[in-house]
Design a protein around this ligand. Structure first.
Ligand code: FE2
Length: 251
């Protein structure tokens, strides 16, 4: 390593399959010093690799969901919270009167963690009884991981699109607490809605935008009102609404 600068190390190993094993080897010594948060850096790098695979169509979206959920279940929560400087972030966050406040977590620069992550990330802060309002997604794969608090979490499959409505069916409806996770794709559990039931709720969110370049759909949220006409087979005809109405109704 003495003849290899850090910059060269990054350039030569980023995105390559040897990154993680090399990183582990280096962490074993004292090359990367004590600024490194090895557990979470590796975890995020794995998340990034899965994101690249799903975007490159090497991984089906539903398989990405399974793998991300497995990875999320292995998170070292204490290390992740340190990594994103959560205490400072939570202390300065002032939740909005309705809906979620989106905070940008700054990741420390750590060797081996790609700086150009394929996924976007944010932390949602929510006061008691406030919600990440019900919405579906176009051309997006996304995941929620609860960092603090308790939530009523709901997901729905998006079965069909009509001009002004979306036909949905409930898939997940339960309480969530710290360390628990759910995922969204165009093919499974596309609609979600999380209501904070404790005093202060924080959710870590990652999102892979334009997950399918061939879909032709603009990546983004599609707000709906899940309190719609009940149809046979546990289905619901949910009205498509604008964000401000969703926040007014459910935020
Ligand atoms: Fe979402």
């Amino acid at each position: 390593m003495s003849t290899l600068t850090r910059r060269a190390f990054s350039r030569q190993t980023l995105g390559s399959l040897v990154t993680f094993s090399l990183l582990e080897t280096l962490i074993g010594g004292d090359v990367l010093a004590d600024e490194v948060k090895p557990v979470t850096a590796k975890w995020l790098a794995e998340l990034d690799a899965l994101g690249r695979d799903v975007r490159g169509q090497k991984l089906k979206q539903v398989d990405w969901q399974k793998k991300v959920e497995e990875l999320m279940a292995r998170v070292d929560m204490q290390d992740l919270l340190k990594f994103i400087d959560f205490d400072k972030l939570a202390a300065t966050a002032k939740p909005r009167e309705r809906g979620e406040l989106s905070l940008r977590a700054k990741f420390p620069q750590v060797e081996g963690l790609p700086t150009d992550l394929v996924f976007g990330h944010q932390i949602f802060a929510l006061g008691k009884n406030r919600s990440v309002v019900p919405h579906g997604h176009d051309n997006m794969a996304t995941a929620f991981l609860i960092l603090q608090g308790t939530f009523d979490g709901k997901h729905y499959d998006r079965l069909a699109d009509e001009k002004d409505h979306m036909i949905i069916a409930p898939t997940i409806d339960r309480q969530f607490t710290v360390g628990e996770c759910t995922t969204v794709s165009d093919h499974k559990d596309n609609v979600h809605w999380f209501k904070s039931t404790g005093d202060a709720g924080f959710i870590f969110n990652i999102h892979v935008l334009n997950v399918d370049a061939k879909s032709g759909k603009r990546t983004g949220r599609v707000y709906i009102d899940p309190n719609g006409e009940k149809l046979a087979g546990n289905k619901i005809r949910a009205r498509r609404i604008k964000e401000d109405e969703a926040v007014k109704l459910y935020g």
